[in-house]
Design a binder for this molecule. Structure first.
Ligand code: PAF
Length: 280
């Protein structure tokens, strides 16, 4: 079956109707520049539902003025080929004007959880993410939506939004896909020079070193040592060992799951990565 591309609400409605009422629909929200990580989310979506929709929208609300909104990679034709090859039924690719009315007033607040860790470095970012995700849910009306574990705080906040606002969508997390040398796939990796790319490997190396330990203090220290050794080429924004559901830092006696999350700048590129650990 060919992929149907919709650019507005009417087109999306038509595409949805063409699928027929039967079966579950999964949504994979993306900002395009699709890579192997997105492909794995689409494959997971296909396992969880009968039809898959992919949204492609570089959401201006989640970028602050000093971020890379205008230079964010836009590769629509290639993205469409990926979607067709992966058996996607609907691609929803709205313009900014279709998504946001010029006089819009109401948006979603990510609350205090959206202002810590990644949110402390990107004020308003998670409000923008949750607003667009809720709009996409309302427009596409999926039964299930698939998000990457790579954006761990985003995933936690989307789960929180679904819970707090009673949004009837099942949230599924897809594992982070990595290059053979450990670098987590990201649409922003294409900004890295050859030298930057070598420096960037410190993020995943730090997570692996941290994961060799069991006690929170040892995990933080081991990961921090790797990141410090890569400075100043790598400029650390944060390293946290946090509760995966709330993103609050875990205490030294924490038992159970914890996410070791890191963000750093390498050259002009900001990278994030994380690993979920089970502390016993
Ligand atoms: O993870 C992303 O690509 C974006 O934050 C999302 C979820 C598509 C919202 O714009």
């Amino acid at each position: 079956m060919d992929v149907v591309v919709a650019h507005d609400r009417a087109g999306l409605q038509e595409a949805r109707t063409a699928l027929g009422g039967a079966g579950r629909l999964a949504l994979v929200p993306t900002m395009g520049a699709l890579h192997e990580g997105h492909r794995s989310l689409i494959r997971l979506a296909r396992e969880r539902a009968d039809h898959v929709a992919v949204s492609i929208f570089v959401n201006p609300l989640q970028f602050s003025p000093n971020e890379d909104f205008s230079r964010y990679p836009r590769t629509f034709d290639a993205d469409l080929e990926v979607c067709a090859a992966e058996g996607v039924g609907i691609v929803f690719a709205p313009s900014d004007e279709v998504m946001y009315r010029p006089d819009r007033q109401v948006s979603v607040s990510a609350g205090e959880m959206g202002a810590i860790v990644e949110g402390a470095f990107r004020p308003g970012h998670f409000d923008g993410v949750l607003t667009v995700v809720l709009k996409l849910f309302n427009l596409v009306r999926p039964d299930v939506a698939v998000f990457g574990q790579k954006d761990a705080q985003q995933l936690a906040l989307i789960r929180r939004m679904v819970l707090d606002l009673d949004v009837p969508v099942e949230i599924v997390a897809g594992p982070t896909v990595r290059e053979p040398d450990g670098l987590a796939l990201s649409s922003r990796n294409r900004y890295l020079s050859a030298e930057d790319r070598v420096v960037a490997l410190a993020l995943s190396r730090a997570l692996r070193e941290g994961a060799r330990h069991r006690a929170p203090a040892d995990i933080r220290r081991a990961a921090r040592e790797v990141l410090d050794a890569a400075a100043p080429a790598l400029a650390l924004d944060y390293l946290v060992l946090a509760d995966p559901a709330t993103f609050a830092e875990v205490g030294d006696d924490h038992v159970g799951e914890a996410v070791l999350a890191v963000a750093a700048r390498v050259g002009s590129t900001r990278l994030i990565d994380n690993m979920v650990l089970t502390l016993t």
